[in-house]
Write a protein that binds this ligand. Structure first.
Ligand SMILES: Cc1ncc(COP(=O)(O)O)c(C=O)c1O
Length: 392
């Protein structure tokens, strides 16, 4: 008899996504023939751009099926360094770039290198749910800071001042953020950098949604301001490569060696064919496709935002990036649906619309918030609003 009580406490402490309940229910309804509009999914609905796919196929046919160095294919690390130069006019030496299995791999490396028992990481609540679990997995603690529209749902220098304690090792922020899509500007990144430096700590900025910003606004990289920051990024979102499992991490020079050792032992290397495919991610043909997609996302956001407001949802911080809208659903709560989870289930059952309840992103305001991902086409998004309108 296998005894599940022998599962390590570290693993037992890892929490599942609440949205999995919604997804499982959506699947059941779909098998019954019901049409479900998916606004819960955190990945672009577009397939990987063709030039990247072709580069991947070419690599496979050429026998690029062996390990690469643990820190990544040298050509790809150079290409990412060149991307910082052309895209942001920031010089980053390729040595400081580590290619990882997704931003997830980068988060594991950072947490593994900076956290341990007795140390904690400062995080915003609401925020990306896996961050808390990565911290738990390396036996560190999280210190969450409740954030709201007054700070654009982001950590500020004042928060660092107020919440940092003797055991805090790092602060982790995301810009644009998941679930709110809010962006940190240059001045805010500078104040955060200064505040963390004063504490002798580390600042980690998750820039995975870079490239997906709207209203003519471009999210600055923290590296333009602070070369000591750690940067997480990925080919998943802007480059449309979620399934290829490829991301990267930029570290200060002093951390290159430890990251090499961690990467060697934890993953050996990121997927080889994906790394070769990603060499085509920065060419002009791919970038033209990505720009078109960014434009489509912007149009969807521009349509969805007023439509959500028109049915009684409140969005108090304008989402400037990513593909999410985090909305206050308090006005729509009823005795039958007293919180965002119940409301999400009700919408799925009655309207065939799947969304993510706030509980997946933390505790603060979670019961009164819902995340909408605009990862379906505009027609479907508008149909979702019509269906919800019908049942409220
Ligand atoms: C803020 C944030 N960071 C990291 C990730 C992990 O992405 P991946 O491992 O696909 O690169 C996600 C995925 O949704 C995310 O939203």
């Amino acid at each position: 008899m296998i005894d599940p009580s022998r599962i390590a406490g570290r693993a037992q402490a890892i929490t599942p996504f609440h949205v999995m309940d919604i997804l499982a229910q959506a699947k059941r309804l779909e098998t019954q023939g019901k049409d479900i509009i998916h606004m819960e999914v955190g990945e672009p609905d577009f397939d990987t751009p063709q030039p990247i796919i072709e580069a991947g196929i070419k690599a496979l046919k050429a026998g690029k099926t062996h390990y690469t160095p643990a820190l990544g294919l040298p050509e790809l690390r150079e290409a990412i360094a060149a991307w910082y130069e052309t895209r942001y006019q920031v010089k980053v030496s390729a040595n400081r770039i580590i290619v990882t299995p997704g931003a997830s791999g980068a988060l594991l490396l950072v947490m593994g290198a900076l956290l341990e028992q007795g140390r904690n990481v400062l995080l915003a609540d609401p925020g990306y749910p896996c961050n808390r679990n990565f911290a738990r997995f390396v036996e560190g603690k999280t210190k969450t800071v409740n954030v709201d529209a007054s700070t654009n749902y982001q950590l500020t220098a004042e928060h660092i001042e107020q919440y940092w304690d003797d055991n805090t090792a790092l602060a982790l922020v995301a810009s644009p953020s998941n679930p709110t899509g809010t962006v940190l500007n240059q001045q805010q990144l500078k104040s955060l950098s200064d505040a963390v430096a004063l504490k002798n700590g580390h600042l980690v900025v998750d820039e995975i949604y870079h490239g997906l910003t709207y209203d003519g606004y471009d999210a600055p990289t923290v590296l333009a301001i602070n070369q000591n920051a750690f940067v997480i990024n990925s080919f998943s979102k802007y480059f449309g490569m979620t399934g290829w499992r490829l991301g990267w991490l930029v570290v200060p020079e002093a951390y290159e060696q430890v990251m090499d050792r961690l990467a060697q032992n934890l993953f050996l290397a990121a997927p080889t064919m994906s790394q070769y495919a990603a060499l085509a991610a920065f060419n002009s043909q791919t970038l033209a496709i990505l720009e078109q997609r960014r434009h489509t996302f912007e149009q969807r956001r521009n349509s969805l935002l007023p439509a959500l407001r028109s049915i009684g949802l409140k969005i108090d911080a304008p989402p400037q990036g990513a593909f999410y809208i985090y909305a206050d659903c308090r006005q729509l709560l009823t005795e039958q649906c007293p919180n965002s989870m119940a409301l999400s289930k009700h919408w799925l059952q009655q309207a065939g619309v799947a969304v993510t309840p706030g509980n997946d992103f933390g505790h603060y305001l979670a019961e009164s918030h819902i995340r909408f991902a605009y990862t379906a086409n505009e027609e479907r998004l508008m149909l979702a609003i019509e269906r919800i309108k019908h049942i409220i």
